[in-house]
Design a protein around this ligand. Structure first.
Ligand SMILES: [Zn+2]
Length: 546
C-alpha cells in the first residue's frame, strides 16, 4: 500500500509539473505567475482529493485529473481577467500610453545623451526636461538651492505629495558612440556612462502619467519632479535637502539605470570627497633642488600614508584617488599639486572617523615635505535608508510591468557587448527577468554612493533599477554609455517610467502604505536623528567640473 501511494505521488508530481508547463506555454506570463502562486496549488489539492477518493482505474483517473486541471486553469484565467479593478485598469492604461509615447521619450533621452553635459553644467539637458514639463502643465521653479540647473516641477494640490527624482549629468572621459565596440567620440569630454540621460527622461515620463491620472480622476494629491544636477560627485541633491525642498513631500520615488531589473531594500555607501591642494616652492630641479619644496612630494607622501592605512581600517571601506595636478615639467620642482580623494563606507560614523585620519595624513605629509596643504570638501552623501514597505510595492509593480525584451537587432548588439565581458559574461536574456524579492536584500550594499541617500533620511524613499544595460555591464564603462544611447537603454527607461507611475498610483490610492512606510522610516532613522550634511555649510561646487 505504501509503495502504491509513493508511485501515485510521483505520478501526480509529474502531472502537476506538466500542467504548469502547459499553463506557462499557453497563458500570459503575469497571469500564470499569479495562478502559479496561489490558485494552482488550490486546484491541485482539490483535484488531488478527487483523484484519491474515486474508484476509477488509474489511467482513466489520470486523464480525468489532467482534464480537471486544465479546465480549472482556464476558468481561473477568465476569472483573473474579469476581476480587474479600476485601479488596475488605470495602471494598464498608463503602461499602454508609455508604450505609445516610446519614440517621443526615446528622442528626449537621446538628445540628453548627445549633450553629455557634466555636473552643474547641464544647461541644455535641464531646459529640455523643463520645457517638456511646462508643455504638460507643470509649474516649474528653476535655479533652486543656488544651483542654476536644478529645478522642481509641480502639479496638483493637497496630500499626499509624491516626489520623483530625475538626474541628467554625464561623466568625464566616457564619450562613446552607441556601438557594440569601443569607439570614443573624439573631442567630446563627457559621456552618459551612468545613463542619467535615461534617468531624467523616465522620471519626467512617469510624472506626466501621474499628472494625467490626477487630472482624470480628480483625486487629491500633488506630484513633484525634482531636476537634480551633478549626482556624480557634485552632491546636487544634498543642497536641495539642506534648503528644505523635500520637507512637504510624503514619499520620494527614484530609479537608476542598471544591468538588471530589481526593486529591493538595499543600501549604498556614504561618501566624502575632497581635493587636497599642496603648495611648495618652485626651483630648478637640477641646479638648485635644495631651494625647492615639491608639492608633488606632498601628494605622494599623503598617498603613501593613506595606502598604508588601508590595512588598519574596516575592510569594507573604499578609498580611491586621482592626482589631478602633478606639476608641468620634470626640471621644475612643482610648486602646486592636487589630489582628489573619495572615501566610502556604509556607516556614516565609521566614514567620518576614517576621513579624519585621511585629513591627518594630508597634514603629516605637508609637514614632512615642507609644503602646505589645504583641502576643499566637494561632496558628501549619506548611505541610503532602505524602506521595505515601499520596496515591496515597487517590486510588485515592476513584476507586473516585466523586464526588457530584445528584438533580433538588439539581441545581436547585446551579444557583442556581452562578449567583451570575458568571465563576467551573462546570458543576455537575463534582461527580460525581474530579480526575486529577497528580504535579505535589506542588508545588501551596492558598491556605489548616491546623493539620493540624503533624501532618504529626510523623507521615506524608494527606488529600483532596470536593465538599461546588457546583463553583466558595469556602470561608468563604455558599454554602459553605448546602450544608454540606443533602444536597449530606452526600453529599460520605459520599464522604469511604468513602474514609477504605477507605484505612485498605489500611494495616492492607499494612504495606509504611506503611513506604514513612515513608521518604518522613523524607526530606522531613530528618534534623535537630525540632518546634518556631510559637506557642511559649503555652497554648491558649481565649478567642480570646469
Ligand atoms: Zn548614476
Amino acid at each position: 500500500m505504501y509503495e502504491k501511494i509513493k508511485i501515485l505521488d510521483c505520478l501526480l508530481a509529474i502531472i502537476y509539473q506538466e500542467s504548469v508547463s502547459i499553463a506557462i506555454k499557453t497563458h500570459k506570463k503575469a497571469l500564470v505567475r499569479q495562478m502559479f502562486s496561489v490558485d494552482l496549488k488550490k486546484m491541485f489539492t482539490r483535484n488531488f482529493y478527487f483523484f484519491t477518493s474515486t474508484k476509477l482505474a488509474l489511467p482513466m483517473k489520470k486523464i480525468i485529473w489532467v482534464a480537471c486541471m486544465l479546465a480549472s486553469l482556464s476558468t481561473s484565467a477568465q476569472k483573473k481577467k474579469s476581476v480587474s479593478t479600476p485601479l488596475e485598469n488605470d495602471k494598464q492604461a498608463i503602461i499602454s500610453n508609455l508604450d505609445h509615447r516610446f519614440d517621443e521619450y526615446a528622442g528626449i533621452s537621446k538628445q540628453i545623451w548627445n549633450f553629455a553635459e557634466l555636473g552643474y553644467l547641464e544647461e541644455k539637458s535641464s531646459v529640455l526636461l523643463q520645457e517638456q514639463l511646462k508643455k504638460e502643465g507643470f509649474t516649474v521653479e528653476t535655479g533652486i538651492a543656488g544651483i542654476p540647473t536644478a529645478f522642481v516641477a509641480t502639479y496638483g494640490t493637497g496630500k499626499p505629495v509624491v516626489g520623483i527624482l530625475g538626474e541628467y549629468d554625464a561623466l568625464p572621459g566616457l564619450a562613446q558612440e552607441a556601438t557594440p565596440e569601443m569607439k570614443p567620440i573624439a573631442g567630446q569630454r563627457g559621456g552618459h556612462g551612468c545613463g542619467h540621460n535615461l534617468f531624467g527622461t523616465a522620471s519626467v515620463a512617469a510624472a506626466v502619467e501621474v499628472k494625467n491620472w490626477l487630472q482624470k480622476t480628480g483625486k487629491s494629491g500633488t506630484v513633484k519632479i525634482f531636476g537634480c544636477p551633478a549626482e556624480e560627485g557634485g552632491s546636487g541633491k544634498v543642497y536641495m535637502v539642506r534648503e528644505g525642498y523635500f520637507n512637504d513631500v510624503d514619499v520620494v520615488l527614484h530609479w537608476h539605470p542598471s544591468s538588471a531589473n530589481a526593486a529591493d531594500a538595499s543600501t549604498s555607501l556614504a561618501n566624502i570627497n575632497a581635493k587636497f591642494r599642496f603648495k611648495g616652492i618652485a626651483a630648478h630641479a637640477a641646479a638648485s633642488p635644495e631651494r625647492g619644496r615639491s608639492a608633488l612630494d606632498g601628494v605622494e607622501a599623503m598617498n603613501y600614508m593613506v595606502n598604508m592605512m588601508r590595512e588598519h581600517i574596516p575592510q569594507d571601506t573604499r578609498i580611491h584617488y586621482v592626482i589631478t595636478k602633478g606639476g608641468e615639467a620634470p626640471n621644475v620642482v612643482p610648486a602646486y599639486a592636487e589630489v582628489y580623494y573619495y572615501a566610502r563606507h556604509k556607516d556614516r560614523a565609521i566614514l567620518q572617523s576614517i576621513w579624519k585620519r585621511i585629513e591627518n595624513a594630508a597634514q603629516g605629509a605637508a609637514q614632512g615635505t615642507g609644503t602646505k596643504v589645504e583641502w576643499e570638501v566637494l561632496g558628501g552623501v549619506y548611505n541610503l535608508l532602505p524602506n521595505v514597505t515601499l520596496a515591496k510595492v515597487v517590486h510588485a509593480n515592476l513584476s507586473k510591468v516585466g523586464g526588457v525584451v530584445y528584438n533580433e537587432t538588439e539581441k545581436q548588439f547585446a551579444e557583442k557587448i556581452a562578449d567583451t565581458f570575458g568571465e563576467q559574461k551573462q546570458p543576455v536574456t537575463n534582461a527580460a527577468q525581474i530579480k526575486n524579492w529577497q528580504d535579505a536584500s535589506e542588508n545588501a550594499t551596492s558598491g556605489g554612493s548616491t546623493d539620493v541617500g540624503d533624501v532618504s533620511w529626510v523623507v521615506p524613499t524608494v527606488g529600483l533599477g532596470t536593465a538599461t544595460w546588457v546583463p553583466g555591464t558595469s556602470a561608468h564603462s563604455w558599454q554602459s554609455t553605448a546602450t544608454s544611447g540606443m533602444s536597449i537603454g530606452q526600453k529599460g527607461m520605459i520599464v522604469a517610467a511604468k513602474t514609477l507611475a504605477t507605484t505612485a498610483l498605489d500611494l495616492y490610492s492607499d494612504p495606509s502604505i504611506i503611513e506604514q512606510a513612515r513608521v518604518e522610516w522613523q524607526n530606522k532613522r531613530g528618534a534623535n536623528f537630525s540632518y546634518e550634511a556631510l559637506l557642511g555649510n559649503r555652497k554648491p561646487a558649481l565649478d567642480y567640473r570646469k
